[in-house]
Design a protein around this ligand. Structure first.
Ligand code: AMP
Length: 174
């Protein structure tokens, strides 16, 4: 598998879920074991030797890649969930979307002060979701060392919002 082959596997769906959005569909990647191995190994190699203790995956597609990466690295996984899903004591954050707002939550004891954590999601667009996750994890004492994505929509400049290292495998100008 090469980066060019990986790029061809990701399917572009125009006008989903609303007109004007080019939705990057990763389901063809998920059913291709070589492509899944490529993305996990690529992110693993990039963040090797950084003493990361946890992967924080953002619901829902960040769970798929984040848990595979945590398993490969032999470290723990922290779910960042939509409001109302986590059963124990939570900390939550509300942030603006293009239309309306969204809330994310994490368990207050998900990590210990100073633990190094890497955020994982499938795609970086405006960066609002990842910045909210960064603030949540920092708020409970985490040391967020980076954020990793399969896809980055570079025109939206999401990386400029993030006060940590940002790594993406594939870049698109939307
Ligand atoms: P943002 O907060 O703008 O960076 O949006 C990131 C979240 O929305 C990620 O969880 C993505 O899965 C999803 N997302 C945003 N734009 C797209 C897109 N064009 N294609 C697929 N997923 C997207």
């Amino acid at each position: 598998m090469t980066k060019e082959e990986l790029q061809k596997i990701i399917r572009n769906i125009p006008d989903f879920p609303v007109k004007g959005i080019q939705f990057k569909d990763i389901t063809p990647l998920l059913k291709n074991p070589e492509a899944v191995r490529y993305v996990i190994e690529d992110i693993k190699a990039h963040f090797a030797n950084k003493d990361i203790k946890y992967i924080a995956g953002i619901e829902a597609r960040g769970f798929i890649f984040g848990s595979a990466l945590a398993y490969e690295l032999g470290i723990g996984f922290i779910p960042i969930r939509k409001k109302g899903k986590l059963p124990y004591k939570t900390v939550s954050i509300t942030y603006s979307l293009e239309y309306g707002e969204n809330s994310l939550e994490v368990h207050e004891d998900a990590l210990n002060r100073g633990d190094k954590v890497l955020i994982v999601d499938d795609l970086l667009a405006t960066g609002g979701t990842t910045k909210a996750t960064y603030d949540l994890l920092s708020g409970i004492g985490g040391d967020v060392v980076g954020a990793a994505f399969i896809i980055e929509l570079t025109d939206l400049k999401g990386r400029d919002k993030l006060p940590c290292e940002v790594y993406s495998i594939l870049q698109y100008n939307i």
